[in-house]
Design a binder for this molecule. Structure first.
Ligand code: ADP
Length: 181
């Protein structure tokens, strides 16, 4: 199965395989940013490549950001109107990693809600070069969304976009566990 869906209160949760930089039918995508809000590798590289140099120009005066912090920019050449840049924890260096990672999801959703956005797509923040174990990161991410879902007044769809099959199955299993009872 390549998709999995569920809900936390009023918020529909979608789990998908895909490229975060190629999402078109959401109001914002989240960037797994670096502190400098620069292009870099992984998600940040893909988003900046697709958005074009205007994104980095908009980011420059907003940098650096702190671990757990989120900032909002336009989408530039992306098909989405907004990018929310979050700096996840480096696993084994930034503590407490779970609180900092949860803070990224909560902060991004709060920003989106303040802007009146209805749908946000996230990558699996910190699970690439920042080394956060995928299974733990999936539970932290979904529990963070569940924790704020009832407080959101505009956001009604949260999509997790995973690059690989393993990510899909890990997030799907975590979603099942959290929506089971
Ligand atoms: P971090 O520095 O926060 O660890 P990365 O960008 O290195 O962020 O990776 C975060 C996760 O996103 C990893 O699981 C990686 O496999 C995945 N990923 C990389 N590129 C993309 C992409 N274009 N779309 C969605 N997920 C991606």
């Amino acid at each position: 199965m390549r998709v999995a869906d569920g809900s936390f209160g009023p918020v529909r949760i979608e789990v998908r395989i895909g490229d975060i930089a190629a999402q078109g039918d959401v109001d914002a995508v989240v960037n797994a940013a670096n502190a400098d809000l620069a292009p870099g590798s992984g998600v940040a590289g893909a988003i900046h490549r697709a958005a074009g140099p205007g994104l980095h120009a908009e980011c420059r005066p907003l940098a650096p950001i702190e671990t757990g912090q989120c900032v909002l920019t336009g989408g530039h050449d992306l098909a989405v109107a907004h990018v929310i840049h979050c700096l996840g924890p480096v696993y084994g260096r930034d503590d407490p990693a779970d609180e900092l990672l949860a803070g990224c999801y909560r902060g991004a959703l709060r920003l989106a809600d303040e802007q009146g956005l209805a749908s946000v797509a996230f990558p699996a923040i910190s699970t690439g070069v920042f080394g956060y174990p995928l299974r733990d990161a999936a539970m932290v991410a979904l529990e963070a969304v569940r924790g704020v879902a009832d407080d959101l007044t505009h956001v009604r769809v949260v999509r997790f976009v995973l690059f690989e099959e393993i990510g899909l199955s890990v997030f799907r299993d975590a979603l099942r566990r959290l929506t089971a009872g």
